[in-house]
Ligand binder design. Structure first.
Ligand SMILES: O=C[C@H](O)[C@@H](O)CC(=O)C(=O)O
Ligand SMILES: [Zn+2]
Length: 276
């Protein structure tokens, strides 16, 4: 498991492109037949990709977690962005089509990921956070997720925010997770932007076709920086950082949040004139 430390905003001001990418960008998430996890010391979120092709993948804890099994003291959300897949949780089978998600609660011991068709492998994107109470597993189809229409054509940011792991959909200890889909010819996300001092967030961008890119904007509002993000890459966003982006074409992203509360609207909105 790769470990990432937190970054102080005063230090982050001095980072060059390479250092920005080293600290905040997560690349190569999906490695064939491997579990691939990044552990951030920011709220101890784990971000991962699992792409089973020729074999099933059983989720292993690793010494970084210091527990007998991965979810001994954690909870997890998974959204499949690839072909049809299957997750077996302590013997119970869940079939996940593309865009289906699942919440798996603390205490579940054996979690096995597989693809139904190895020519169209599943790609399981996961977020996990510390948890101290066990809530039931639940599969979430995009139709079960709580949708919120956002943006406008005039601002090139017409999109729908689908809340998968959200108090209106199911109970979790702290993890919130969802997927935002931009409409064709709309390229901006989360602008006007916000921070949320009480939660950190991770954005995972996908559906970026061919050689298009997303310019992900981050940093303190008056000290903004960018990361050039390619398909299936994620960005760690500390609480002090804005998280917004503009693509050279439309794209989709999954956001995950952990921290102090689960109030989606608890955002510190940034006025446009504050941005620098
Ligand atoms: O705190 C909330 C998160 O930043 C996202 O849900 C925002 C988002 O998906 C969007 O505006 O498109
Ligand atoms: Zn946010």
């Amino acid at each position: 498991m790769e470990i990432r430390n937190g970054v102080h905003p005063v230090d982050a001001k001095r980072f060059d492109t390479a250092r920005m990418r080293k600290e905040f960008l997560i690349q190569n998430l999906f490695k064939q037949d491997q579990q691939n996890l990044v552990y951030s010391h920011i709220d101890r979120i784990i971000v991962g990709g699992i792409k089973p092709v020729n074999q099933d993948i059983k989720l292993e804890a690793g010494q970084e977690i210091g527990a007998e099994y991965f979810l001994a003291r954690r909870e997890m959300g998974v959204i499949n962005i690839g072909g049809k897949g299957k997750i077996i949780v302590d013997g119970e089978e869940y079939i996940l089509n593309s865009r289906d998600g699942i919440y798996i609660g603390k205490g579940k011991q054996e979690i096995i990921f597989s693809s139904i068709d190895k020519n169209k492998p599943a790609k399981f994107y996961l977020n996990s956070a510390p948890a101290h109470k066990s809530y039931p597993n639940k599969k979430i189809n995009i139709k079960d997720a709580k949708p919120e229409a956002a943006g406008s054509l005039e601002n090139s940011n017409k999109r729908t925010i689908y809340k998968y792991l959200h108090p209106d959909v199911l109970d979790t200890c702290q993890l919130l997770m969802g997927m935002t889909i931009l409409e064709p010819r709309n390229v901006w996300n989360t602008m006007p932007c916000h921070t949320h001092e009480r939660r950190m967030e991770v954005y995972f961008y996908f559906d970026i076709e061919s050689d298009n890119i997303v310019w992900h904007l981050m940093g303190e509002p008056a000290e903004s920086r960018h990361l050039v993000v390619r398909n299936e890459e994620a960005v760690i966003s500390p609480s002090y950082s804005i998280h917004s982006g503009v693509g050279t074409a439309n794209y989709t992203f999954i956001w995950g949040m952990v921290g102090e509360n689960q109030t989606f609207t608890d955002m510190d909105h940034v006025r446009m004139e504050t941005l620098k």
